[in-house]
Design a protein around this ligand. Structure first.
Ligand code: PMP
Ligand code: GLN
Length: 383
C-alpha cells in the first residue's frame, strides 16, 4: 500500500452499516433516507434516459443543471453567478471537496477543520500533502470558541473547511460566527471551502448563511453542496462547487482527471428538481417533515436516558452517553447495535482528539416513521 494511505482504515459508515446488517439492527447510523426521493427528479431522469441523454456530459456539467443552480443561488442567496464560469458539477460533494483540496493545497500547507468533522476531509487534506489543524466544537452549543479559532490561523494556513449546517453536531453557524471566519480568512489570506449539503435542512429559529455572501468573501470562497440530502437521492452523487474563476480553475484542473464528468441523465433530473421544487412547496415540506422526525427521535432518546443536544439543522442528533454509564462511544455503539438492535455512529471517528468525542453517539432521523418507531421500540429496552 502507498504510504499516503497508511493509517486510513475503513470508513466508519461502511463498518457500522455492515454491523447493522449482520445483526438485523435498525440503522440510525449511516445517513441515507429509506423513503423515496423527489419524484420530479426521478421522472426527469427517466425522460433524459429515454431521450438518449446518455453520453458524457461536459466536464463542467450539464448546462441545464448549471443554469438551475445559478437561479437557485440568486433566489436563496441573492448571488449573481455565471453558470459557465463559476459552477462545476462533481460526483457528490465528496468529489468537490477532494478536487478542491487537491487543486489548492501544497505539501506542508495547513488546513483548518472544525472537529467533529465529516470523515472525508482529513484523508483529502492528507492525500494532498497538507496538515490538519483542528478547532474543537464542544457541547452543549457546539459554537466555535473565538480564541481557539484565531489561534488556529497562521502564515502556514492555506484553507479552512466550514460545514454549515454541521454534521454531526447539527450546529448552524450564525452570521456572527461566520463573520469572524471571514475576518480571519482575509487577515491571513486563506481560502474558505464551505460544505453546505444540509443548506435546506434548517429548523425554526435558525438561518443558513452562505459564507461566500459576506463582504470580501466571494473572491476567496469555494461553496460546495449537493443534491443528495435536499432531494433524498443520496445514491445519485450529484454535487457542485461554486467559485470565482481563479478558484474554479483549481477545482476543474483536478476534476477533469478524477472523474471528468458525472452521470448525464441524473444531472438533468436534478436540474428539473431545482427548477420545480419551490413552486411545489418542496423545501417547506422538507423542513416540516424533518422537524417532526427530529422531535420524535429526540424525545425517544431522552426517554431512553441519553442527554440530547437538539440539532439546529441537518438530520443528525448527537447525544451524551454518560448518563447510561458508558464512556466509550465505540463500545456503546457496538453494544447498541448488537444487543439492543439499533445502529448509531461513534463520533470519535470524526475527531483528531478522539477523547473529545468519546462520550457521544450520533443518530440520524432521515428514516420512515416505521423505521423510527421500530428503533423507538428497541431503545425502550435501554432503560
Ligand atoms: N459533507 C457532509 C457534511 C455530509 O454529511 C455528506 C454526506 N454524508 C457529504 C459531504 C457527502 O455528500 P455527497 O453524498 O454529495 O458526496
Ligand atoms: N454522509 C453520510 C453520513 O454522515 C454518510 C456518507 C457515507 O456513507 N460516506 O452518515
Amino acid at each position: 500500500l502507498a504510504t499516503r494511505i497508511h493509517g486510513m482504515g475503513t470508513t466508519i459508515f461502511t463498518e457500522m452499516s455492515a454491523l447493522a446488517a449482520q445483526y438485523g439492527a435498525v440503522n440510525l447510523g449511516q445517513a441515507f433516507p429509506d423513503f423515496a426521493g423527489f419524484d420530479v427528479a426521478k421522472e426527469a431522469a427517466r425522460t433524459a434516459i429515454a431521450n438518449d441523454l446518455n453520453q458524457y456530459a461536459p466536464m463542467t456539467g450539464q448546462p441545464a443543471l448549471r443554469q438551475a443552480l445559478a437561479e437557485h443561488a440568486a433566489r436563496f442567496y441573492n448571488m449573481t453567478i455565471d453558470p459557465q464560469a463559476h459552477i462545476t458539477i462533481t460526483a457528490g460533494a465528496t468529489e468537490a471537496i477532494f478536487a478542491t483540496l487537491l487543486g489548492l493545497v501544497n505539501p506542508g500547507d495547513e488546513v483548518v477543520l472544525f472537529e467533529p468533522f465529516y470523515d472525508s476531509y482529513r484523508p483529502a487534506v492528507e492525500m494532498a500533502g497538507g496538515n490538519v489543524r483542528v478547532v474543537t466544537l464542544r457541547p452543549p452549543t457546539f459554537a466555535p470558541d473565538p480564541d481557539e479559532l484565531r489561534a488556529a490561523f497562521s502564515a502556514r494556513t492555506k484553507a479552512i473547511v466550514v460545514n454549515t449546517p454541521h454534521n454531526p453536531t447539527g450546529h448552524v453557524f450564525t452570521e456572527e460566527e461566520l463573520r469572524l471566519i471571514a475576518e480571519l480568512c482575509q487577515e491571513h489570506d486563506v481560502v474558505a471551502i464551505t460544505d453546505e449539503v444540509y443548506e435546506h435542512i434548517v429548523f425554526e429559529g435558525h438561518r443558513h448563511v452562505r459564507l461566500a455572501t459576506l463582504p470580501g468573501m466571494w473572491e476567496r470562497t469555494i461553496t460546495i453542496s449537493s443534491a443528495g440530502k435536499t432531494f433524498s437521492l443520496t445514491g445519485w452523487k450529484i454535487g457542485w462547487a461554486i467559485a470565482p474563476e481563479h478558484l474554479t480553475a483549481a477545482v476543474r484542473r483536478t476534476h477533469q482527471f478524477i472523474t471528468f464528468a458525472v452521470a448525464t441523465p441524473l444531472q438533468e433530473g436534478i436540474a428539473a428538481a431545482l427548477r420545480e421544487a419551490e413552486a411545489r412547496g418542496y423545501y417547506a415540506h422538507l423542513v416540516a417533515d424533518y422537524t417532526a422526525r427530529r422531535d420524535f427521535l429526540c424525545t425517544v432518546l431522552r426517554e431512553a436516558g441519553l442527554r440530547v443536544f437538539e440539532p439546529q439543522g441537518t438530520y443528525f442528533v448527537l447525544t451524551d452517553i454518560t448518563p447510561l454509564g458508558f464512556d466509550d462511544d465505540v463500545a456503546f455503539c457496538r453494544f447498541l447495535t448488537t444487543e439492543i438492535g439499533v445502529a448509531a455512529i461513534p463520533p470519535s471517528a470524526f475527531y483528531v482528539n478522539k477523547e473529545e468525542g468519546r462520550r457521544l453517539a450520533r443518530f440520524t432521523f432521515c428514516k420512515t416513521w416505521q423505521t423510527l418507531e421500530a428503533a423507538a421500540e428497541r431503545l425502550r429496552k435501554l432503560r
